[in-house]
Design a protein around this ligand. Structure first.
Ligand SMILES: *[C@@H]1O[C@H](CO)[C@@H](O)[C@H](O)[C@H]1NC(C)=O
Length: 310
């Protein structure tokens, strides 16, 4: 019980640290994904020409503040998502493995994938309203606007405006693709991380430590980005719409592919990679550290408990 809480706090703190460093790329990614929506190639102006150009243009026109729009929402979202993810993963995995193999120490790739996805999907569902407001805050630009320009003063103002206008349903706009996206991402993040780690130890003789954490999380981050990006693009577009431009995530997917081509689903991929790679590296490496730290604290508290009882 106390270890689950420990993992929850450790995961959340780790994720917020990671988010602070990478939020600017996320802002660029969202604007790249929304740019030229439902327009054939060449028909729409390309205001943001790529990740570096995007960072440059936003910093020049809106300052660092422009890159960091929606950061507080990102924190709340990360606490919710990664808390759920890292917190539920091990307990879920262990219970399922115990059920199937009668032994919690068995490493089953299928069970790992399932547990990762299930805990991620739970987190995405819980955190979707924050991600929605975050996306809208990030696409707002007084200089080079893409997407619907929602005039939210801050995260709280955004939430209340949406709630007043559209109710709970409005807050949960786009929750479907958000769950799919995160399910895809989570289903590969931890399994590829542990998989890469085991391989690196076995074949390259690497030892437990920062270098191993760095290498394994890089591999994991790349795979995560590849599978997560297409549903992420659909999600950004569902979050942008206020009316009923699309009647479902599937509608959004098919119309995007039809008008902009299949590769449009990978719009903003480099920006996403620029965010995901350091994010995954920092989250997983920091989680290793915070988990270790948390275990130490827990050990101390627990042993103190025991001492007091004696
Ligand atoms: C965003 O949503 C609105 C509808 O609310 C739509 O008109 C617009 O085309 C969408 N995309 C962009 C890039 O503006």
């Amino acid at each position: 019980m106390s270890t689950t809480l420990g993992a929850f706090i450790a995961g959340g703190v780790a994720a917020c640290g990671a988010v602070t460093v990478t939020h600017g790329f996320e802002t660029v990614k969202i604007r790249l994904q929304l740019q030229g929506e439902l327009k054939a190639k060449g028909e729409a102006p390309r205001m943001y020409k790529g990740v570096l150009h995007g960072v440059g243009v936003i910093t020049k026109n809106e300052g660092i503040k422009g890159l960091l729009r929606g950061l507080s929402c990102a924190y709340i979202y990360q606490m919710t998502l990664n808390g759920c993810r890292l917190g539920f993963y091990e307990p879920l995995r262990q219970s399922i493995t115990t059920l199937i193999f009668r032994d919690p120490t068995v490493q089953s790739f299928g069970v790992n994938i399932f547990s990762g996805a299930a805990s991620g999907i739970l987190g995405a569902m819980a955190g979707s309203p924050f991600f929605l407001v975050k996306t809208r805050l990030q696409s707002y630009s007084p200089f080079l606007p893409v997407g619907t320009q929602h005039q939210y003063k801050n995260a709280w103002d955004g939430m209340t405006q949406i709630y007043k206008g559209e109710g709970v349903k409005g807050l949960y706009r786009g929750v479907g693709p958000a769950m799919i996206r995160t399910g895809f991402g989570s289903s590969v993040q931890l399994p590829t991380y542990f998989f890469a780690k085991r391989r690196l130890v076995k074949h390259l003789g690497m030892e437990e430590g920062p270098a191993l954490h760095l290498a394994s999380s890089t591999a994991s981050g790349f795979v995560v980005c590849c599978v997560m990006h297409p549903p992420d693009t659909v999600m950004s577009r569902m979050y942008n719409q206020t009316g009923n431009l699309y009647n479902s995530a599937f509608d959004c997917l098919t119309r995007t592919v039809k008008t902009e081509g299949v590769f449009s689903l990978y719009k903003g991929f480099t920006a996403h990679l620029a965010r995901i790679l350091p994010h995954t590296i920092l989250t997983l490496s920091l989680a290793e550290q915070t988990n270790k730290w948390m275990r130490k604290v827990e050990d101390r508290i627990l042993s103190k408990d025991v001492e007091e009882k004696l």
